[in-house]
Design a protein around this ligand. Structure first.
Ligand SMILES: [Fe+2]
Length: 244
């Protein structure tokens, strides 16, 4: 099992967070993620640090509480396993950086994971990859409700690399803002889903501890989590784009 390594530990204050701003940018560029353990910073400190690095992707919802909420049926608000996905991949411009700050931990399970999509897709046969690359899908934005026709790959806002932005959650139904193949070939996505779901050797796991902060590149990694027990797990979720 591959484990995500901490980029930096023992970061205790907002000042010490602010002094590592440059190394965060460097880690995001080279490794695609930055993971640190904090002791005493508050969510307000973390928020002020993060909005120093990037702009909010959706200012109307600056911080989302990811915890069990029985009134909400989305995966994130249950204790279920979450399959690999890129955040908001149905949107015209998905957020570049996803930040999670742990304020409460589960009793058991709940490992978070990242999947480096380029490495994982590199294991598919070139013929299939070409087909995947060429297929157009009808995608509906949850934000605007508009449908557009496009491929599964988008250009990374900074590196300009071609990146897969996709979700293995609910991909067969356009009603769930999923991807629908124009050629009506469900096998293209079936194969992609099977590959991403079974290639767990490509997953890099992290077991949360209170005070952990991760920032990761949503164009480079898919992410998800294992099912968990207990009601205490609570993550603060912030989505960013590069500063204008
Ligand atoms: Fe997510």
């Amino acid at each position: 099992m591959m484990i995500l390594t901490y980029t930096q530990t023992h970061t205790h204050t907002l000042e010490s967070l602010n002094t590592i701003k440059l190394s965060v940018s460097e880690s995001l560029k080279t490794d695609g993620y930055f993971l640190t353990r904090t002791n005493t910073v508050s969510i307000d400190d973390v928020f002020s640090f993060l909005t120093n690095i990037g702009d909010l992707w959706m200012p109307e919802f600056p911080v989302i509480d990811v915890q069990i909420n029985q009134g909400n049926r989305l995966y994130a608000f249950t204790n279920s396993k979450i399959p690999p996905h890129n955040e908001c991949c149905h949107e015209e411009i998905p957020p570049l950086w996803i930040c999670l700050f742990c304020v409460g931990v589960e009793e058991e399970g709940g490992e978070f994971y990242l999947v480096n999509t380029k490495n994982s897709l590199g294991k598919l046969e070139p013929e299939y990859f070409e087909k995947l690359n060429a297929t157009k899908f009808i995608v509906r934005s949850a934000k605007t409700n508009y449908q557009v026709e496009r491929g599964l790959f988008q250009m990374h806002p900074l590196s300009k690399e071609k990146s897969l932005l996709y979700t293995t959650i609910g991909c067969y139904s356009i009603k769930s803002h999923g991807f629908q193949s124009k050629e009506n070939d469900p096998f293209v996505l079936k194969k992609l889903n099977e590959h991403l779901l079974k290639s767990t050797e490509d997953y890099q796991y992290h077991k949360w501890q209170k005070g952990d902060l991760i920032i990761f590149d949503n164009y480079k990694f898919m992410h998800g989590r294992m099912a968990f027990a207990g009601l205490e797990r609570h993550l603060k979720h912030i989505r960013l784009v590069p500063k204008k």
